[in-house]
Design a protein around this ligand. Structure first.
Ligand code: ARG
Length: 481
């Protein structure tokens, strides 16, 4: 049975039917579709648009359809196009005539946006929880290693010593901003499109506020054409996903570098590494590599969505159906990557000795000597030149700065006095104790601040989730007379 068969005399070509069907992927919207239908049905009855008896029978039928799909017993068919049609047609088989009243004052065009918005809300809460997990592991590792000195890099060249905790907290900051992006997008996702109808609104005395309240939306979309015709809320979620993948793939890449023999900074637990089928000695960081590799498809999903939207005339066009595969793929990939990142990170063992040793090589304290001279009153530019000469001399003599005697230091500047001999790795990191710096004491404080930020994130997630909790009740609660 086609929903729209009335004006057609020939049936759809089988190839065209398979080509246009979206049930192969939009079946994933069924819980949201059914909850949305239940809310719509309750509103229709409350407004006297359908009878309470019809509403009861529709809700009873929706409950059964939902149970059948949960159990996997409802067969999906291309001739029934999409999830909306499957639910409605099964409802009709189950309850007969009243099923035909459910679609009063509604179109699949506003219905599908409703489903996508409801799915996106659940996704944001879900990804938010995974982010909190990754952030928490980063925080734990940062606290454990708040004074472990390692080389800091610019241009991928050893630059200045830092502590490992500081490095890990940098990623925590990136993920915290990702969390903020989702939280911010949530406000624009969490708006009700129902009431837009196909495009122009509906000629029934509906109550959109009531539907919004039942479904936990914080407000209404204000223009019917916009409600059915735009997908910027999908683009926002996919952008947040893409930026998050940029961050986790950078972290994944650092892990692959740290565990290389050349670096030797860290070792991944055997549970998160694999071997080679030919080289018996290999232990490969596959999990990190695959996370890094998956960034590309998440960027591609965003690109596909934006390109699909570009140039579409208002309002609904079936091109918009193409939002779903990008959306699901992007969301699934992000959930998979963030889920495996937490135990992977947790399993990493760092090598204190190796990190410290490399941190001291390659004149990494040169800036500290320049800062020392600047503190004695020499203009920094001049101090930079003096230490540059010292470095050149050391390279020539095959010496290191830390091993120069006081006399040798004073040969380059009379401002060098006894206390210059104090400069070492710990001195260097401890000097950087201003806000945002790498001094261990500062890093411990930053970890505490980050922990309270993670607590706030958890509170927001719990509050957002609690507003969605009654969705099941919408389908199961009886209709009062
Ligand atoms: N399957 C469609 C989609 O995903 C649902 C809306 C279809 N509306 C229509 N008039 N064909 O966008």
């Amino acid at each position: 049975m086609k929903l729209w068969g009335g004006r057609f005399s020939a049936s759809t070509d089988a190839v065209a039917e398979t080509f246009t069907a979206s049930i192969g992927f939009d079946w994933r919207l069924y819980e949201d579709d059914i909850a949305g239908s239940a809310a719509h049905c309750r509103m229709l009855a409350r407004q006297g648009i359908i009878s309470n008896d019809d509403a009861r029978s529709i809700l009873g039928g929706l409950k059964q359809v939902r149970e059948e799909i949960d159990a996997g017993s409802l067969e999906f068919r291309a001739d029934l196009e999409d999830i909306h049609t499957h639910v409605e047609s099964r409802l009709h088989e189950l309850i007969g005539e009243p099923a035909g009243r459910l679609h009063t004052a509604r179109s699949r065009n506003d219905q599908v946006v409703l489903d996508m918005r409801m799915y996106a809300r659940r996704f944001i809460i879900d990804v938010g929880k995974r982010l909190v997990d990754v952030e928490s592991v980063l925080l734990e590792q940062a606290k454990r290693h708040s004074d472990w000195v390692m080389p800091g890099y610019t241009h991928f060249q050893r630059a200045q010593p830092i502590v490992l905790g500081h490095h890990l907290l940098a990623y925590r900051e990136m993920l915290a901003r990702d969390f903020e992006r989702y939280r911010d997008a949530y406000q624009r996702v969490n708006l009700l499109p129902l009431g837009a109808g196909a495009l122009a609104g509906v000629p029934y005395p509906i109550d959109r506020e009531y539907v919004a309240e039942l479904l936990g939306f914080s407000g209404l979309l204000s223009n019917s054409l916009d409600a059915v015709g735009d997908r910027d809320f999908v683009a926002e979620v996919l952008s947040a996903n893409a930026i998050l993948m940029a961050h986790v793939s950078r972290l994944a890449n650092e892990i692959t570098i740290w565990v290389s023999t050349e670096f030797g900074f860290a070792e991944i637990d055997d549970r998160f590494a694999t071997g080679s089928s030919i080289m018996p000695q290999k232990k490969n960081p596959d999990v990190a590599e695959i996370i890094r590799g998956k960034a590309g498809r998440v960027y591609g999903d965003l690109q596909a969505l934006l390109t699909m939207l570009k140039g579409l005339p208002l309002a609904y066009n079936n091109d918009l159906q193409e939002d779903k595969e990008s959306f699901f793929d992007s969301c699934d990939t992000v959930i998979a990557c963030t889920s495996v990142m937490s135990p992977l990170l947790d399993s990493i063992k760092f090598n204190r000795r190796r990190m410290r040793q490399t941190a001291g090589e390659n004149f990494s304290l040169a800036t500290d000597y320049a800062d020392y001279l600047a503190a004695k009153g020499i203009p920094f530019r001049e101090a930079h030149t003096i230490v540059g000469r010292m470095v050149a001399w050391c390279i020539e003599q095959e010496r290191t700065l830390e091993t120069l005697s006081l006399e040798e230091f004073r040969g380059f500047s009379s401002e060098f006095v006894e206390d210059v001999l104090r400069i070492d790795l710990d001195y260097s990191v401890n000097m950087r104790r201003g806000q945002g710096g790498t001094a261990p004491a500062r890093v411990e404080q930053a970890a505490e601040d980050a922990a309270s930020n993670v607590e706030e994130q958890k509170e927001w997630l719990a509050a957002a989730a609690s507003e969605l909790l009654d969705l099941d009740d919408l389908v199961y609660r009886p209709v009062a007379d």
